[in-house]
Each structure stands twice: as C-alpha cells, then as structure tokens.
Design a protein around this ligand. Structure first.
Ligand code: UT7
Length: 336
C-alpha cells in the first residue's frame, strides 16, 4: 500500500507591532545592547499590548486561510502549541475554533514549550497519515510577555510574543511532506526551566505572587549546555538515518533561543550558515512560534522552494527536543 504523507499546504504568521529594543531594556534592568547581541543574537522583540494568545493565533490563521483560499469551516482539527494559553481551560484551541468560526473542527492544546511546534506538527501529521482527517491546523503561539519577569535580566532580554500557523494536508506525492521525525523528552531537566506557580502544585496565593512564582525561571547556563548538544545531535541523527549530507539540505529551521546554539547545530550538520533560517534578531525567543514564524516569513518572501529538503529542530523546557525532516511542496506565492 502507498504510504500517505502529510505536507504543509499553507502558512501564516503574526507578530505584534510594539517593539521592545535592547536600548529599552537597558532602561529597565542592568544590561546592555552589546551583551545581549553577543550572547544571544537578539536586537529586539515584539510585545502584545492588548489581547491574548488566542488573538495571536487568529491573526496567523487568517493569513493562512487567505493564502490557501479556503474557509475556516473546512478545517478538521486545530492543535495549538503554547505555554501561555489564554487560561488553564478551556483549551486555547477551542477559543480559537470559536473565534475563527471553524464549526467543523475539534481541537486541543499541546504543552511542550519551545518544542511545542515540532511535537504538534508530528502529532498533526499522524491524523493525516492515518487517513482520519484532511485539514489539520498546527499553530505555535506564545504571549511570553505575560509570564516574563521584567525585573530579571537573566530572562527578560530573551523572550518575545508571536505566533504562526501551518496547514497540514495529505500530500499528492508521498515523496513530499514530513518524511521523518525524532522526538525526545527528559523530565529530569524540569527544574532548570519552568514556571513554579499557578498549577496544582503551587496554586496561586498571595505568597506565590510575592515570591514571583508566576514568572518563568531559567538556569540559562545549565539549559545552554544541554540545548547546544541536544539540538545538534538530533539534527545530525535525522540526517544520518536518511543518508543526507549538508549539501542535500536546503534549510535548517532551528528553534530561536540563542544564535550560538543555532550556529553549533549548523556546524554539526555541516551546513553553510547561509542555509539557516534566523530571525532571532527581530523577535527573540517566541517559544512555540519560532519555527513556523521562520517558515511563514521565508515562504512569503519566496525563499522556500518546492522540492527543498528542510530540517526543523528544537530544544526546550521539559526537557523536550526533536527534529523533523520535510520535503517542501508548497510553491512560491504569486508575485504581483
Ligand atoms: O528556549 C528554550 C531553551 N532555552 C535556551 O536554549 C537558552 C539557553 N541559555 C542561553 O541561551 C544562555 O545561557 C543565556 C543567553 C541565557 C545566558 O548566556 P550565558 O553566556 O550562559 O551567560 P551566563 O548566564 O553564564 O552569565 C554570564 C554573566 C553573569 O555574570 P557573572 O556571574 O559572570 O559576573 C551574569 O550575571 O553575564 C551576566 N548576565 C548579564 N549581563 C548583562 C546575565 N544576564 C545578563 C544581562 N545583561 N541581561
């Protein structure tokens, strides 16, 4: 029997207008532009002033639906990867389903932090490959400004808000689409990057608020050490088991947490740095949004071409990490 593969048939993204620059942060905490750029590669990030993660999702999906020229009622399933849901429940996917009028879809949220999009993409692909559904929306979106402590210089310089969506459909040609993936978790890393308060372990009280437990906490140095190895190794693993060399890959689409981690991954893969999608300078770390944001931006400007092999790779809280190999099938947007 012919194998059915899932492929991306449309993309869309949204980033809020308000820009928070390194110079702005210099006025808020003891930091400086040179430190931030040399240690992370970030120059600025976007901040959402009004609204919630679902609103980011809706704007990204609106662009996607316009690109694909379909109605929301045609969507079968919505998966939202996020660590900043509008609220614990209902799922942001349900809120999004209502806001876009996707009356025939069901949906759920997926929590895997910075690996959320890769996890959700692989999950969504299973529903296409099984034949259960034909149009699956996979969204990665985070309003990180809602959980960032803007008095903590270790973390506030890193994160930004944004979101992006892809549509998965059965590929007409099984040689295109998501061809392979490898996902990992290691829960023993949980204490290095997490939000202590608000859940069933530490429900909100005056004390949890006073102790700043509703903000994300990261031991940056500890996470860096494992992320730099984890993302590089899983990317190399996916290439090796598909017998691909650096020259066979057109794009690495890495999670955008730190330019030094991205560069190390490209080096491990034997990739020229011109083949690496990087927009961390403009957006910082948008958690679940980084990878689809790159895909959408690169496609909109015509740099992603049908037939190109791309590797998506991530590392994040959990720990969670993974990579997916895809042969891109979507043709370039028509140029006016
Ligand atoms: O996306 C999910 C996964 N997350 C990641 O992959 C992030 C991984 N970690 C990182 O990207 C890096 O560890 C950071 C960018 C967070 C930090 O870079 P680093 O090179 O590991 O710096 P560090 O934490 O070792 O700090 C070096 C120095 C320290 O001073 P001392 O102790 O050497 O005197 C910090 O206090 O830099 C200081 N520092 C700062 N200085 C200016 C920390 N934050 C700042 C800051 N501005 N914002």
């Amino acid at each position: 029997m012919k194998k059915r593969t899932a492929t991306i048939t449309a993309v869309g993204h949204y980033t809020p207008e308000k820009i928070l620059t390194n110079a702005d942060l210099e006025k808020m905490v003891d930091t400086n532009d040179e430190w931030i750029r040399s240690r992370t590669g970030i120059s600025e990030r976007r901040i959402m002033e009004k609204g919630a993660t679902s609103d980011i999702c809706v704007k990204a999906i609106e662009m996607l639906l316009a690109n694909r020229k379909i109605e929301a009622t045609e969507i079968d399933l919505i998966i939202v990867a996020t660590v900043t849901p509008d609220m614990f429940f209902p799922a942001t996917a349900c809120i999004v389903q209502d806001k876009i009028g996707a009356r025939n879809a069901w949906g759920f949220d997926l929590s895997a932090a910075c690996s959320g999009f890769v996890y959700a993409l692989v999950t969504g692909a299973q529903f296409i490959e099984s034949g259960a559904y034909k149009k699956v929306l996979v969204v990665g979106a985070d309003k990180m400004s809602s959980i960032v402590d803007y008095t903590d210089r270790n973390t506030c310089i890193l994160f930004g808000d944004g979101g992006a969506a892809v549509l998965l459909e059965p590929s007409e040609d099984e040689l295109y689409g998501i061809l392979d993936h490898k996902l990992y978790s290691d829960g023993s890393g949980g204490g290095y990057l997490y939000m202590k308060g608000g859940g069933s372990l530490n429900p909100p009280t005056h004390a949890t608020v006073d102790n700043r437990m509703h903000y994300l906490y990261q031991d940056g140095k500890a996470v860096f050490k494992v992320a730099v190895v984890g993302m590089a190794e899983v990317s190399a693993e996916i290439m090796e088991r598909n017998k691909l060399k650096g020259e066979d890959i057109s794009w690495l689409v890495p999670h955008q947490a730190n330019l030094r981690i991205i560069d190390a991954t490209a080096d491990r893969m034997g990739l020229d740095h011109s083949k690496v999608m990087v927009n961390i300078d403009k957006y910082g770390n948008t958690t679940a949004a980084t990878i689809p944001l790159c895909l959408s931006e690169w496609w909109q400007c015509g740099k992603l071409k049908r037939g190109q092999n791309i590797v998506m790779a991530s590392f994040g809280a959990g720990y969670t990490w993974g990579a997916a190999l895809m042969k891109w099938s979507l043709v370039n947007p028509e140029k006016p």
